[in-house]
Design a protein around this ligand. Structure first.
Ligand code: UD1
Length: 359
């Protein structure tokens, strides 16, 4: 049986692995490396438990640091494992520092790289994620793109060989796990009981462009605080520290700050929210799939299809623009197109790998 080493390290990658590993293991031997990029219980362990992700065979415990430190430490540690395991392929997801570190370590050992979620572009090279995804695509041997747009982006950069549009693996997870979401199995203290609300806005903000200066973060928080319903904000640990330094969280009476939540709780909160305000890539797409209006606090999005029919609107981190767009957001759902597939991307990936590459 051929061997694939999968490298994951950050929250969205755990969600993707939960559906892909299940399929891959029907045909391949899979070894999982967790880089340790995300290490808090709520950012990591909880996902492995709830989504039944196979326990990592290696945890590198790299943790936090500057981009160079984090990526460099991963590169060194991943290389050691690859030399020992001698896999036929290395599989990576998305655009994090764990992705580029694994792709680079494999590529230098001449181990072919499989990139899932290839071809996405924001065309903003100031984003660490854009640097990671462009570089990873160019050193990958097999590229699984989630949409036609992603395939076109690769083609414009001269990458045409071994590119497959299989649909989006995150769509697989949304469709699969949505069925398991019930009020009584959500991990959070039920909001409707504690705060007597049954509708809310949901927000997640963590991108460098919105959080590296206090001005943008303050404008976003002030806007959320002025909305007409409660705003639930599961806060990334880094942003929690920043908010604590800025103001006492009681300053924002209309914002309910909670610890990062597990995946089923997040799906529950998303499905039942009035609107979502975010800068996360994955959440924009989950909103599209679940028919929830999304306001994305960024200048551009990699998931350009979500902008059609006003499912998703881009907004600036400025009070007037953001407030107006949140209040006015309304989906025009005539002619909704299913851009992200039918929930079978993981199966298609496994079939293509086993039929075309591992004869
Ligand atoms: C990373 C990804 C981003 C992705 C996000 C998903 C990169 C460049 N960015 O951003 O694309 O959207 O994950 O959540 O890879 N921290 C903790 N506990 C943790 C993890 C992080 O306290 O478990 C704190 C640390 O202070 C750390 C900081 O958060 O320095 C940033 O973490 P890092 O993994 O570098 O980037 P993210 O912002 O999480």
């Amino acid at each position: 049986m051929k061997k694939i080493v999968t490298v994951i390290g950050a929250r969205p990658q755990f969600v993707k692995a939960s559906v892909v590993s299940k399929e891959l293991r029907k045909k391949f031997k899979e070894v999982i490396i967790h880089t340790g990029q995300h290490y808090d219980k709520n950012m990591s362990d909880i996902f492995f438990e709830e989504l039944s992700i196979p326990k990592p065979d290696y945890n590198l415990g790299v943790g936090s640091g500057s981009h160079a430190y984090q990526t460099g430490m991963m590169l060194i540690e991943i290389e050691k494992v690859l030399i020992k395991e001698k896999p036929d392929y290395v599989l990576v997801y998305g655009d994090t520092n764990s992705t580029i570190a694994a792709a680079l370590a494999a590529s230098k050992l001449l181990i072919p790289v499989i990139h899932i979620e290839a071809g996405l572009r924001s065309f903003n090279m100031n984003m660490p994620e854009e640097q990671n995804r462009v570089l990873t695509d160019h050193i990958s041997s097999i590229l699984f793109a989630p949409t036609d747009d992603a395939v076109n982006n690769l083609s414009k950069e001269g990458i045409n060989k071994n590119v497959f549009n299989v649909g989006d693996v995150m769509c697989d997870s949304v469709l699969f796990f949505s069925k398991q979401v019930k009020k009584n199995n959500i991990g959070l203290i039920p909001i409707y009981e504690e705060k007597k609300y049954n509708k809310w806005y949901l927000t997640t903000i963590h991108r460098a462009e919105n959080t590296s200066n206090n001005k943008n973060l303050c404008q976003i928080l002030k806007t959320l605080n002025d909305l007409d319903e409660l705003v639930i904000f599961p806060v990334h640990p880094r942003i929690k520290k920043m908010i604590d330094e800025l103001e006492n969280e009681n300053h924002y009476q209309n914002i309910y700050f909670v610890e990062p939540v597990d995946y089923l709780t997040m799906l529950y909160l998303t499905k039942n929210s009035k609107k979502v305000i975010t800068d996360s890539g994955g959440l924009q797409k989950e909103c599209y799939i679940l028919n929830v209006p999304c306001i994305t606090v960024r200048d551009q999005t990699e998931w350009v299809e979500t902008l059609n029919n006003v499912y998703n609107i881009l907004a600036k981190p400025e009070y007037n623009d953001l407030y107006k767009k949140i209040i006015n957001a309304k989906i025009n759902d005539k002619n909704k197109i299913n851009y992200y597939g039918d929930g079978n991307a993981s199966k298609k990936i496994t079939d293509i790998l086993s039929k075309e590459y591992f004869q």
